[in-house]
Design a protein around this ligand. Structure first.
Ligand code: HEC
Length: 133
């Protein structure tokens, strides 16, 4: 009797935790993305015309995976081509993000638009930041 009460309690606690975790609150990565990237690249990642390049389905992201953390912390300047469109507007450095924030943002981008690519680890990001050009 007693053990069945205890196991129902555990089941209840588990259920409550499950509900809390599966509600639609945005993930940390999504919240950071929308605060720090979405105003230019848009929350849907599509960019703005020839002013802001897309982060969604961008060949540039696939070809420059090793530079992504440095692009965020140091910005990017000069002509680039993304999906055959030329962009040339500076992206300013975003310096207030921690390494963990950057991992969360890049994994949000990866999960949303590049599910076929591997996730980013903190050591990959540390490595990138130590080797910025
Ligand atoms: C104030 C506007 C602005 C913000 C905020 C911004 N970017 Fe950018 N981003 C740009 C612009 C403009 C370029 C094009 C740079 C160039 O022409 O050399 C760019 C280029 C890029 C590129 C390379 C091109 C591409 O589309 O793949 C990546 C990757 C990128 N940004 C990621 C991010 C991420 C991640 C964030 C948030 C942490 C972010 N940007 C925040 C304006 C912004």
């Amino acid at each position: 009797m007693r053990s069945s009460i205890i196991s129902s309690l555990f089941a209840l606690v588990g259920f409550v935790l499950f509900i809390q975790c599966s509600n639609s609150k945005p993930s940390r990565g999504q919240a950071l993305y929308e605060t720090h990237c979405g105003n230019c690249h848009l929350n849907n990642g599509q960019g703005i015309g020839t002013l802001m390049p897309p982060l969604k389905n961008a060949d540039y992201i696939l070809e420059n995976r090793a530079d992504l953390a440095c692009i965020i912390t140091n910005g990017l300047e000069g002509e680039i081509e993304v999906n055959e469109i030329t962009y040339n507007n500076p992206m300013l450095p975003i310096t207030e993000l921690s390494e963990v924030d950057i991992v969360n943002i890049l994994n949000y981008i990866q999960a949303q638009w590049y599910p076929q690519e591997s996730v980013f680890s903190i050591s990959e990001i540390k490595d990138q930041l130590e080797n910025c050009n």
